[in-house]
Design a protein around this ligand. Structure first.
Ligand SMILES: CC(C)(COP(=O)(O)OP(=O)(O)OC[C@H]1O[C@@H](n2cnc3c(N)ncnc32)[C@H](O)[C@@H]1OP(=O)(O)O)[C@@H](O)C(=O)NCCC(=O)NCCS
Length: 255
């Protein structure tokens, strides 16, 4: 399957191998060799369709599936977790220190948010996503995030969000989206480097959760990286539960 957004922004064919899994918890070598053959057949089709990069995702417990992918030429790109928060309960109050303000975002915040998000998300030491950990994809990381934020501000994927400001400078943003009548998602949340580690995340997140609750949304999800402890800590503290985890792997035609 082609990943349209990625193909458009990267300027070359990007596909996704999905779904792929090994049904049992353990596989012997023969099964893994067989799994790799299935993957190679899918890759031949991807090459025929002009794809340069193929992204595969397997459950983090599916080590056999990951090994079959590896044998077929895929390489580890990142590890994600999905957390889910039911919105029925009272959310805690969160306050801001003097000098900082929070307000709903406006169209003119787009550029500042794009720059903030690109800086935050294209830094593997802050957020090790496949878009920046893979040296072949890393040159496109900023452009992908610029476009992603632009999509959040307009069109049918338009979101609601807040920005955190220090004077006139945008130093944080949290963008959320209604997926349907009941489900919401936190799409983007980022703080400028100098503002991290000061307990500001909750103050930025809570108003967006309150907005979603006021829209009738009953639960919210967030996809983050396994190593993003500040997000995991905050969401678990609010009563969220981890509902999924996945390994993303990349295959490049030229490798
Ligand atoms: C994600 C992000 C917005 C969080 O903001 P932050 O300022 O780092 O987080 P906070 O200081 O508010 O900390 C939130 C909680 O996590 C805890 N925490 C922070 N860093 C931690 C770490 N390395 N290990 C364990 N706990 C940690 C804090 O103690 C706090 O817990 P508490 O409320 O129980 O005291 C910020 O780190 C960021 O912009 N990172 C880069 C982009 C990114 O990763 N975005 C998330 C995409 S899903």
């Amino acid at each position: 399957m082609e990943l349209e957004f990625d193909t458009r922004v990267c300027g070359f064919g990007v596909g996704e191998l999905s779904p792929f899994c090994h049904p049992g918890p353990f596989a012997d070598l023969q099964e893994i060799v067989l799994g790799a053959e299935v993957v190679r057949a899918a890759l031949e089709e991807a090459i025929r369709r002009g794809m340069r990069l193929v992204v595969a995702r397997v459950g983090a417990g599916d080590i056999a599936g990951a090994r079959a992918l590896e044998r077929a030429g895929f390489e580890l790109a990142d590890i994600s977790v999905v957390w889910r928060l039911e919105l029925g309960r009272q959310l805690p109050a969160a306050s801001l220190p003097p000098g900082l303000d929070l307000r709903p975002w406006q169209p003119e915040d787009m550029q500042a948010c794009q720059e903030l998000v690109a800086q935050s998300m294209c830094d593997p030491s802050a957020f090790p996503t496949r878009l920046c950990t893979d040296p072949l994809l890393a040159p496109m990381c900023r452009q992908i995030h610029y476009q992603w934020v632009a999509n959040c501000f307009s069109g049918e994927r338009a979101h609601w969000g807040v920005v955190l400001t220090a004077g006139r400078k945008v130093v944080g943003c949290c963008l959320v989206r209604k997926l349907d009548e009941y489900r919401g998602r936190v799409e983007i949340n980022a703080l400028a480097r100098d503002y991290r580690g000061k307990g500001l995340y909750k103050a930025m997140l809570i108003p967006t959760l309150e907005w979603l609750a006021a829209q009738g949304i009953t639960y919210v999800i967030i996809k983050t990286k396994l190593s993003q402890r500040a997000v995991v800590r905050t969401w678990s503290g609010l009563g969220a539960v981890q509902e999924d985890e996945e390994i993303a792997m990349h295959w490049w035609r030229e490798k």
